[in-house]
Ligand binder design. Structure first.
Ligand SMILES: Nc1ncnc2c1ncn2[C@@H]1O[C@H](COP(=O)(O)OP(=O)(O)OP(=O)(O)O)[C@@H](O)[C@H]1O
Ligand SMILES: [Mg+2]
Length: 230
């Protein structure tokens, strides 16, 4: 995945706010990149551009060899479904559907439902015994596992996570990151926005945003150790 000179600007009254400016980033398969920065620095804006949930003002986002910024809306929807998984702080599960039905939902849109695939992905994230449960009976950590399984069911190349553990207790947080580690080791590219420096420390590389711009850190690759030396 590669981002080239990405800008996302908003008009606010008579002024233009650059939520993202001059942003470049390349993420390789099997890499987990953390995005940090204070509130309003542009983390969500960035993930939304990469995830095709919003269109940049200018610049390119290239995923699996395709410049997604050039795709018409119809193709963009299919591209997002087939290539990108997205996880949010709030899990956005459908409460009246079982775990397995929630996980299989993206396949219905792709018209390719596959029970074995749903089972395999549920097992992978540790939900094998809860496939018939309703989301309301699960704790937060398990709800996020369902959201992760749903994000992965169409076998995307890229997983985007916006504060995925913001609502979780410590143990559940660590378990979500264990799942990310496992997926990353299997070749998935992961981009995760987080406020939590300890979590960022588990990313191979950390990018800091300030006012929509990428800060140049001499210690980008050793960022976690520099910040979490305690
Ligand atoms: N739809 C919009 N219209 C106008 N301004 C927006 C819009 N969305 C975001 N912004 C502005 O863009 C900037 C970046 O916001 P963004 O939500 O990306 O920050 P963030 O780093 O995700 O913050 P947080 O840590 O609170 O989630 C902020 O100044 C915000 O007010
Ligand atoms: Mg945000």
């Amino acid at each position: 995945m590669a981002i080239r000179n990405l800008w996302r600007s908003y008009e606010r009254g008579s002024e233009t706010v650059h939520a993202l400016a001059e942003f470049d980033l390349t993420v390789q398969p099997g890499e987990m990149v953390g995005i940090v920065g204070r509130s309003g620095s542009g983390k969500t804006t960035l993930l939304n551009q990469i995830g095709c949930l919003d269109r940049p003002t200018t610049g390119q986002v290239i995923i699996a060899g395709t410049d997604v910024t050039a795709l018409p809306e119809r193709e963009l929807v299919a591209f997002r479904r087939d290539h990108i998984g997205f996880i949010f702080q709030l899990f956005y599960l459908l409460p009246t559907l079982s775990v397995a039905e929630n996980v299989g939902m993206p396949m219905l849109f792709a018209r390719a439902h596959d029970r074995e695939r749903v089972r395999a992905i549920c097992e992978r994230v540790g939900l094998a015994d809860q496939m018939t449960a309703l989301p309301g009976s699960l704790d937060g950590g398990d709800m996020q596992r369902v959201a992760i399984a749903r994000a992965l069911v169409n076998d995307p190349a890229l997983l985007l996570a916006d504060e995925p553990t913001g609502r979780l207790e410590r143990q559940a947080r660590d378990e979500v990151l264990d799942i990310f580690d496992d997926l990353r080791a299997d070749g998935l590219a992961i981009v995760m926005a987080t406020h939590d420096l300890e979590q960022a420390a588990r990313c191979g590389r950390v990018i800091e945003l300030r006012d929509g711009r990428r800060l140049e850190h001499a210690y980008e690759d050793s960022w976690p150790k520099a910040h979490c030396a305690t």
